[in-house]
Design a protein around this ligand. Structure first.
Ligand SMILES: [Zn+2]
Length: 217
C-alpha cells in the first residue's frame, strides 16, 4: 500500500497538538509524535492541554517534554478550563481558540475526534475545525468505557520500539495516578495491534486517525 508521507525526510514541520486532558495527546498520538521527531529534520511543537491546572498541569508539562525530546522548539500551553464541563464553557473556549489561531499557523494539527463520546473531547474537536480552516487536521482516538471507537481512515504504522517507548512514557507519567481501570499497556498495545492489522503495518502496530480532508498533490 502506497504511503502518503506526513513529513518528508529533512523537512521542518510545525505541529499543533490539542488535548482536553493531560494524557489525551499522548494516548491518541504519542507514537506518531515520537516517530515524526525521528523522521523530520526539525519539529516545532505547540502542545496545548485545555484542562491543565494544578497537578494535571505539572504532569502534562513533564510528559510533553519527554514525548517531544529532540524537538527544535517546544511550547506547552496549559489552560484551566473545568474538566468535564467543556460544553458549558463554550464561549470562553471559543475565545481561547480564536486567540490561539491568531498566534500560530501549524502544518499539522492533532485533535480529538468529532464523534468522540466524551463531551470535552467533542468540544475541542468542534472548535479546532471552527478555528483552523486551511490546515491538515488529524483526529486521534481515545479508548474508553463508552465504546466509541469508530472506523478511522488514516494510519501511522509504528515500529515495535516506538510503541513500547510510548507505553513506557505513558506509564511513567500517568500510570500510577490514574483511576481509569483501562489505563494499561495491554489496552495501548491491543488497540495499536488492531490498527496495525487494518493498515498492514510492517511491525504490526499503528495509531489511527480520522482524516476528514486530505489534499493530494
Ligand atoms: Zn480526555
Amino acid at each position: 500500500m502506497r504511503s502518503l508521507d506526513l513529513v518528508r525526510p529533512g523537512e521542518t514541520v510545525s505541529l499543533l497538538l490539542l488535548g482536553a486532558h493531560s494524557d489525551d495527546i499522548e494516548i491518541g498520538a504519542g507514537g506518531t509524535i515520537l516517530q515524526l521527531l525521528a523522521a523530520a529534520a526539525a519539529v516545532n511543537a505547540h502542545w496545548c492541554v485545555l484542562s491543565g491546572a494544578g497537578a494535571r498541569g505539572t504532569e502534562a508539562e513533564a510528559s510533553a517534554a519527554a514525548f517531544l525530546k529532540g524537538a527544535a522548539n517546544i511550547k506547552v500551553e496549559l489552560a484551566a478550563f473545568k474538566d468535564s464541563y467543556f460544553p458549558y464553557q463554550g464561549s470562553e473556549l471559543k475565545d481561547w481558540f480564536v486567540g490561539l489561531k491568531s498566534r500560530i499557523d501549524p502544518d499539522i494539527i492533532f485533535t480529538h475526534r468529532r464523534r468522540d463520546a466524551h463531551q470535552d473531547h467533542r468540544e475541542v474537536s468542534k472548535l479546532t475545525w471552527n478555528a483552523f480552516r486551511n490546515h491538515l487536521i488529524l483526529e486521534y482516538e481515545i479508548p474508553k468505557w463508552d465504546g466509541d471507537l469508530g472506523q478511522p481512515n488514516g494510519y501511522v504504522p509504528l515500529t515495535a520500539e516506538v510503541l513500547e517507548r510510548k507505553i513506557e512514557l505513558l506509564n511513567y507519567h500517568f500510570g500510577t495516578q490514574r483511576s481509569k481501570d483501562w489505563f494499561d499497556a495491554e489496552t495501548f498495545r491491543g488497540l495499536a495491534r488492531l490498527r496495525g492489522i487494518e493498515c498492514r503495518a510492517t511491525e504490526g502496530y499503528a495509531e489511527a486517525f480520522v482524516m476528514r480532508k486530505a489534499r493530494l498533490a
